[in-house]
Design a protein around this ligand. Structure first.
Ligand SMILES: [Zn+2]
Length: 165
């Protein structure tokens, strides 16, 4: 067993993968409670409303194929992150961003409230949160308007498309 294989859980005694095919045959057999969740890439025992994730093959004890739960989203590469950062380099405020890129794909109003403290009265301020989906194939660009009008840019990996069954 090579040490770089990924154990299904921290308590697993082996990372050796199942190659016997039991899990797939069980999924194909409607009389077994084992199902495959396409979205997570996980095998599950399903019993009524209860669901247990299967980490090891019940027949051979091998590791079930690794979950892709962490990979539901794209992870922008460093090059792509730098490219997007450079796009926004000269945009200081939300209005700068809109001037440069046009109307966002989504915009939502944000209300910030700060509580009264010492001599400071309670304050309510209104700002905008923009989302540009069209600037990257792998990331949505979120632009939040800070209290001082400055734009704070963050990237969110896009959700991967559903894989075919
Ligand atoms: Zn097996």
């Amino acid at each position: 067993m090579s040490s770089d294989q990924h154990k299904p859980t921290s308590r697993s005694v082996t990372a050796e993968p199942c190659t016997c095919g039991y899990l797939q045959r069980a999924v194909d057999d409607p009389d077994t409670p084992i199902q495959f969740d396409q979205r997570c890439g996980e095998y599950h025992f399903v019993y009524g409303d209860a669901l247990l994730v299967i980490y090891h093959c019940p027949f051979c004890g091998g590791a079930a194929p690794p979950s892709i739960r962490e990979s539901l989203f794209f992870h922008p590469s460093e090059d792509e992150r730098n490219r997007l950062r450079d796009l926004f380099r000269d945009s200081r405020t939300v209005d700068d961003v809109i001037d440069k890129f046009g109307p966002p794909d989504w915009v939502s109003p944000v209300t910030r409230k700060s509580d009264e403290a010492d001599a400071t009265p309670p304050t309510v301020s209104f700002s905008r949160a923009l989302v540009y989906q069209r600037l990257s194939d792998v990331a949505d660009v979120h632009v939040d308007e800070c209290a001082d009008g400055q734009a704070r840019v963050s990237l969110q990996g896009k959700r991967r498309p559903h894989r075919p069954a």
